[in-house]
Design a binder for this molecule. Structure first.
Ligand code: NAP
Ligand code: F7E
Length: 332
């Protein structure tokens, strides 16, 4: 039985990846950081909590990483942990560098010291392209323009350098935005779909957003975790762009989400300058040709299906609050 350690199990991608690996017969360990309140609701939401053995670990503490590796004895490590919110990275630039950047070197060096045969996946990001012209592929030059993107690029190069210098099987997936019903509520897609549900239910009148013209290549998280796994099953470690090849503005996302409940977005969306960033990435559109050719990977859920899935999940949450309260009470 293969063993995997997923670092960042409590985030959006962790439970989707855990579910995929459990279904493939893996023994799955989940690295999570201790907090004053339990934060395992996403594992319950995807009904995978019972199948994951949790190990506490913090990317700022190398001792905890080494201990987690010794305890789980993994064949594969997936690093999904990061301070991942671009907006906050401008306010917490040093913590972002420490966790999202240097934290990855702590994992790589722990692998080198404990068992260099462990295969490693690093969660790189399309944000590293910054304002590089679309479509962006593995050959596009990086132009990071936020503390988050700079930290991720450091981690990206560190991964490559441990691959080339020490021969580790270390891959980076350069993933474009991917979303789901368990996306963090502060990210624009979930903020919109939750807002649409609240407005439809009569709990709220407006959604306040920042830059409506930003373009993103949005896919479904459940599809993207499959690409992570595929990368670690190849003969040779490499880096891959994972994207849909289709881009939409934030405005178009609003239009589609409100149309799911029969409302006109223009009546409910307003711009509030406090949601504008000091620097934004304007146009991301990925070219996933290499992943299609070499990994035989392609996304299954399209833009309209993704928006509908998220709006319906948020509506259901407000329409069926008892079910959600019961679910919540089960795991506090
Ligand atoms: P997410 O929901 O923000 O989850 C991040 C995870 O990292 C959480 O489990 C969080 O734990 C954990 N974490 C944060 N700081 C930590 C620390 N110091 N030590 C240990 N764990 C820590 O992110 P996601 O959407 O699942 O994305 C997964 C990864 O892919 C991230 O690295 C992200 O930067 C990257 N990425 C995401 C996208 C996307 O569109 N989703 C695209 C490209 C790349 P808590 O729950 O305790 O906060
Ligand atoms: O913003 C604009 C915002 O925060 C998308 C992370 O997972 O994907 C994510 O980063 C766009 C930006 O995601 C609001 O300015 C407008 O142009 O949903 P987001 P992101 O910054 O693209 C990448 C690939 C990652 O790696 C990251 O970890 O939407 N926008 N109004 C807004 N964004 C937010 N959050 N809130 C607004 O009110």
């Amino acid at each position: 039985m293969k063993r995997a350690l997923i670092i960042g199990i409590t985030g959006q991608d962790g439970p989707y990846l855990a579910k995929l690996l459990v279904n493939k017969g893996y023994k799955v360990y989940g690295g999570y950081r201790r907090s004053s309140t339990r934060n395992l609701w996403r594992l319950h939401y995807l009904d995978v909590k019972k199948d994951v053995e949790l190990i506490s670990l913090d990317l700022i503490d190398q001792t905890s990483i080494m201990a987690a590796i010794k305890q789980s004895r993994p064949d594969e490590i997936y690093n999904l942990a990061a301070q991942s919110f671009v907006g906050v990275s401008f306010e917490e630039a040093i913590a972002t560098g420490e966790i999202t950047g240097l934290g990855v070197t702590r994992i790589l060096d722990s692998i080198r010291q404990t068992n260099p045969r462990i295969k490693f996946y690093q969660a790189s990001t399309s944000e590293m392209f910054g304002d590089a012209l679309p479509p962006q592929s593995e050959k596009t030059l990086f132009e990071p323009n936020s503390p988050y993107a700079a930290a991720k690029l450091y981690a990206h190069w560190a991964t490559k350098s441990y691959r080339q210098g020490y021969g580790l099987f270390a891959c980076s997936g350069i993933l474009f935005n991917h979303e789901s019903p368990i996306r963090g509520i502060e990210f624009v897609t979930r903020k919109i779909t939750d807002g649409v549900a609240r407005i439809k239910m009569g709990y709220s009148d407006k959604i306040y957003l920042g830059n409506l013209d930003a373009k993103r290549d949005w896919g479904f998280a459940g599809d993207y975790v499959e690409a992570m796994w595929l990368m670690l099953q190849q003969k040779k470690a490499d880096d891959y762009v994972i994207a849909t090849g289709e881009s939409h503005t934030v405005k178009e996302f609003c239009e589609e989400a409100f149309s799911c409940v029969g409302l006109n977005w223009q009546k409910y969306v307003e711009v509030d300058k406090k949601f504008l960033r000091p620097n934004d990435v304007h146009y991301l559109l990925g070219d996933p040709a290499k992943a299609k050719k070499e990994l035989n990977w392609q996304p299954k859920v399209n833009f309209k299906e993704l928006v509908k899935m998220m709006v319906e999940a948020d509506l259901e949450k407000y329409q069926n609050p008892l079910k959600h309260t019961r679910q919540f009470l089960k795991h506090i």
